[in-house]
Design a protein around this ligand. Structure first.
Ligand code: MN
Length: 243
């Protein structure tokens, strides 16, 4: 690959969007693209339809960001669909699972946000809560009723975790735009942040030899006005090897 002024290329997995019959395709919220560019990376969008190009895509990227979007099909963790399950794109699930496997094989830095943390957990053998309001008694509101970029609930971060190290904080205000969450944790992950109702809000890999962090909230949408959130991306991008 051509060296692009030594800036690392950050592949962001795309969601599916249907606008109308003339406009249908791959979508990545511009906050992900902006925060990567603002921290010295080159954001590129990875389309899930190019199933046969997983390895080639990984080789073109210095780090991978698993982005938000649809619910993960519960068949991937051995369950039937709950009544409140949202839209699923099994093709994207399968493709992202292959992408994750290859990215880990090649020791690329990995940041998994929102659906990304859920996909990560399911791919590594865990399961998900399919609908927090119906499955978790006394849960707080995780589908925020204010602007996407505003903080909405508290999380407590584990001292000694990668996230605490980056944020220099153990109690933090975060945004929240999810109705699912991690249920049974994959064996290779550890929980690094929780909300007050016990919902898992962040994880990291136990032994992976590079950056591998999952975050349930959307730091990319807070980063423009919150230096701590921005630092997550700065550290993620810094973990990418210089070409
Ligand atoms: Mn939340």
């Amino acid at each position: 690959m051509v060296c692009l002024a030594n800036k690392p290329v950050i592949g962001i997995t795309g969601a599916y969007v249907f606008h109308n019959k003339f406009m249908e395709g791959t979508y990545v919220h511009h906050d992900y693209q902006k925060v990567i560019a603002a921290n010295g990376g080159i954001p590129i969008i990875l389309p899930f339809l190019a199933e046969n190009l997983v390895e080639e895509m990984i080789d073109q990227c210095d780090a991978i960001l698993f982005s938000g979007g649809e619910d993960v099909d519960p068949k991937f963790y051995g369950q039937d669909p709950h009544q409140k399950l949202g839209e699923t794109i099994p093709l994207r699930d399968k493709w992202e699972m292959s992408l994750l496997e290859k990215a880990m094989e090649k020791k690329k830095p990995i940041l998994a946000i929102c659906r990304g943390i859920q996909l990560l957990n399911a791919a590594l053998g865990g399961s998900l809560i399919q609908d927090i309001p119906s499955n978790v008694k006394n849960s707080i509101q995780h589908s925020q009723t204010v602007n996407r970029s505003w903080d909405f609930h508290w999380v407590t971060i584990d001292e000694g975790s990668k996230l605490a190290d980056i944020l220099q904080e153990t109690k933090l205000r975060v945004n929240s735009l999810h109705h699912q969450a991690i249920d049974r944790l994959a064996e290779s992950l550890k929980v690094t942040a929780k909300s007050s109702d016990g919902i898992i809000e962040a994880v990291e890999h136990i032994y992976y030899d590079n950056f591998l962090v999952g975050i349930q909230w959307h730091p990319e949408s807070m980063a423009a006005t919150d230096e701590k959130m921005n630092k997550i991306f700065a550290e993620f991008i810094k973990s990418a090897p210089v070409r």
